[in-house]
Structures are given as structure tokens and as C-alpha cells.
Design a protein around this ligand. Structure first.
Ligand code: ADP
Ligand code: MG
Length: 364
């Protein structure tokens, strides 16, 4: 993949290797919007009219409409020194699609609010849009509007996503029942392992720009950090299997924080078994490199964008032995503790350290 070729050569700075640099001031807002959106097409039947008027027009007829917004700030949510622009655009969309998938709904449209400083060129913004449009194409989501303004520092992206579902299919966080199985759709901790590597290489690069980053053999964890995929496929899979999860959330902040959301919103406890948490061998290798327990990456890392959901025990046969259904525990009665059962059988109360926690700890 293109990104890893680049990463192996050197860490990417947004100003490097750009043949042409057009200043934002040369174009002005309207021409900029035209340039960024010239390749936009719409595919959803719910999109009546997209970009080009004061508002988009949508028609969902009898479907329920889901709506969610995520704000991404340079220096807080992404770091331009190792985040390729196209990947940033792609990931910004994925983060939003993941929230709709977590409701067991299908994402249909996005709008993009963007505040940008003059350090960005028109070409840089085109790269970000190329990533966003790639994500839209892959998930058949329409880009139907946005707003563009200047910023005094860095880049801010506020993406709003709409989705659709029949009322009976929508899955909330608050509806798990005691005894339900806790399931995760894929391996955890890899995105955090990828971040550890990128942060390390950034620190090395800052000290000595002649040192080449050493990222070989870690492609999987880097891809999980730089190019995550929202699990919209799982929504279709649930429909095909006639399986309705009893509660669901996407894993943006780490397993610990997300399972606590399901427990607290459903008023239940849980037992999650350490040995059942799926972790990729590459994640284990990187965690060991950094002297971190691999399970800590899964629990307190974040940005894996897998789905965490509960299913009734009656549905066990439907999911047993199916790929991408990893049963990691079960919900327990109201008032019970929220426990991680360690490999030695010890019950450890789960605490929400979450993503910000781990980052702050690293900085401390
Ligand atoms: P207004 O002045 O009414 O806010 P704009 O000139 O900002 O209108 O926007 C014109 C059209 O371009 C609208 O359809 C708007 O949704 C769209 N648009 C503006 N900025 C963006 C953007 N960053 N990405 C996609 N569409 C955009
Ligand atoms: Mg506007």
C-alpha cells in the first residue's frame, strides 16, 4: 500500500514532496469549495439534492434517521507529522460511520465542516478530500454539504453523519440483559500499538532527521491506526443472520471504557475474560517492545473501531464458530461488579482509563 512505502522512506511532513503549492488566498472560499467538491457524486436514493444550495434535501420516507457529529482537532485528535493527509480524510469519515454502525444502522450522508489555517495549501486540502471521497465511495455514503472557514491555528474537521434504519432494528447501549453474551467483532489494541510505533519514530526523527523510521514488519498495527475501517459490514451481516444484538457500542476509546458504558447504561455488571480478548500477534510483539501488557492495549488503547455488542444466550448457536464473533464474557445482574477475570482466575474491577487517560499518562 502506498502509505507504507512512504513511511519506510521517511516520516511524512505535510510540506514535503509537494510539486505545487497553491495558497488558499489565491482561490477564495467559493473557488476552493468548487475545487474540493468537483468530484462529488451522489448514490443514495435518500439524497434528493446534495451540494450547491443553502441546504441539502433528503427524503427518508418511513425509515428512522440517525444523526451524529464528531469533531477532530489537529494536535488533539491527529498529528500531522505522521498522519498522511489522505488517511486523515479517510479516518475522519470512518470515525463517523462507525457511530452509525454502532446503532445497527447504515450510514447514508455526511456533511463536512472545515476550519483551516493558511499553512495548508489547496493541494493539501485536496488530498484530505481524496481520502474522504474514497471512504464515501467504499461505503456508498454521499457527501451532501459542509462549511469552509479559516482558522488561526491548524485544521479542524467537524463531520456530521446521517444514517437510516427501520425502528425495530436500531440497537442502543442501554438494552443489554443479565446473562447476555458479550461479543467483539475483531481484534483489539492494534491501533494503539500502531500509535506507539508512530510516536516513537516521530521522537527519533525530531532528534535526528537522517534516521529512517523503523516500521517494517508492523504493517498491520500501522494500518489499524492510520486506516481504520468502520464495521458497517457487520450491520449487513446481522441482517443476513437475522441476529439483533441486545445492545451495542463502537470501540473508539478502548474496551474498558466501552464495556463500562454498556454496563452502566443497561444497569448491569459483567464478567470479561482476559484469555478471550482477541489480540493480534503483531500487537503482542509491539506491546512487548514497549513493556506494556498486550491486554492493556486492548482495554485502554482505543481507535480500534470494532463493534462491542451483547447477544441473548438463545442466539449462541447463531454466532458460535462464526468468524468475527469473539465471545469475551457475559453480562451479570444489576448490582454485580464489572469484572475482568484474569488468566489466573482473579476478578479485577474494570476501570475506565480510556484513551485520554493513557495519552496523558504517557505525557506525564
Ligand atoms: P452558505 O454561505 O449558505 O453557508 P456556502 O457557500 O458555505 O453556503 O456553501 C455552498 C455549498 O457548498 C453548500 O451546498 C455547502 O453545503 C457546500 N459546502 C461548503 N463547504 C463545504 C465543504 N467543506 N465540503 C463540502 N461541501 C461544502
Ligand atoms: Mg457556508
Amino acid at each position: 500500500m502506498q502509505i507504507f512505502v512512504l513511511l519506510r522512506t521517511k516520516l511524512i511532513s505535510m510540506f514535503e514532496n509537494r510539486e505545487k503549492r497553491t495558497e488558499l488566498s489565491e482561490l477564495g472560499e467559493f473557488k476552493l469549495i468548487d475545487r474540493l467538491t468537483k468530484n462529488v457524486t451522489t448514490r443514495q436514493k435518500t439524497t434528493v439534492f446534495g451540494i450547491g444550495d443553502d441546504a441539502a434535501i433528503l427524503n427518508f420516507e418511513k425509515k428512522q434517521v440517525l444523526l451524529s457529529t464528531d469533531l477532530l482537532i489537529e494536535g488533539v485528535h491527529f498529528d500531522m507529522s505522521y498522519m498522511p493527509l489522505k488517511h486523515l480524510g479517510y479516518k475522519a469519515v470512518m470515525v463517523n460511520l462507525s457511530d452509525i454502525a454502532a446503532m445497527n444502522a447504515i450510514p447514508t450522508q455526511i456533511t463536512v465542516g472545515m476550519a483551516v489555517s493558511s499553512k495548508y495549501s489547496v493541494e493539501a486540502l485536496e488530498e484530505i478530500y481524496a481520502g474522504m471521497l474514497l471512504a464515501c465511495e467504499k461505503y456508498k455514503v454521499d457527501l451532501v454539504g459542509g462549511d469552509t472557514t479559516s482558522s488561526t491555528s491548524g485544521l479542524m474537521l467537524a463531520i456530521t453523519v446521517l444514517g437510516e434504519a427501520s425502528a425495530k432494528d436500531i440497537v442502543k447501549r442501554s438494552t443489554a440483559k443479565s446473562g447476555d453474551l458479550i461479543v467483539v467483532s475483531g481484534d483489539l489494541g492494534a491501533a494503539y500499538a500502531g500509535l506507539l510505533l508512530l510516536e516513537r519514530e516521530k521522537a527519533v526523527f525530531k532528534k535526528d532527521q537522517s534516521i529512517q523510521p523503523d516500521l517494517g514488519g508492523h504493517e498491520y498495527v500501522l494500518e489499524r491506526q492510520l486506516k481504520p475501517e468502520a464495521r458497517v459490514d457487520m450491520v449487513n451481516r446481522f441482517a443476513d443472520m437475522k441476529l439483533l444484538p441486545t445492545s451495542m457500542i463502537d470501540i473508539s476509546d478502548g474496551l474498558a471504557s466501552e464495556i463500562l458504558h454498556l454496563c452502566e447504561d443497561s444497569g448491569l455488571g459483567c464478567n470479561v475474560y482476559e484469555e478471550k480478548i482477541p489480540i493480534d500477534p503483531q500487537t503482542v510483539t509491539v506491546a512487548e517492545l514497549f513493556n506494556i501488557h498486550p491486554v492493556t492495549c486492548a482495554l485502554n488503547g482505543g481507535e480500534d473501531y470494532e463493534l462491542l455488542f451483547t447477544v441473548s444466550q438463545n442466539d449462541f448457536e447463531k454466532i458460535n464458530g462464526q468468524g468475527e464473533f469473539y465471545i469475551i464474557g457475559h453480562m451479570t445482574e444489576t448490582g454485580s461488579p464489572k469484572n475482568l477475570i484474569s488468566n489466573s482466575g482473579e476478578a479485577i474491577p474494570i476501570s475506565a482509563q480510556g484513551w485520554d487517560g493513557i495519552k496523558n499518562k504517557d505525557k506525564a
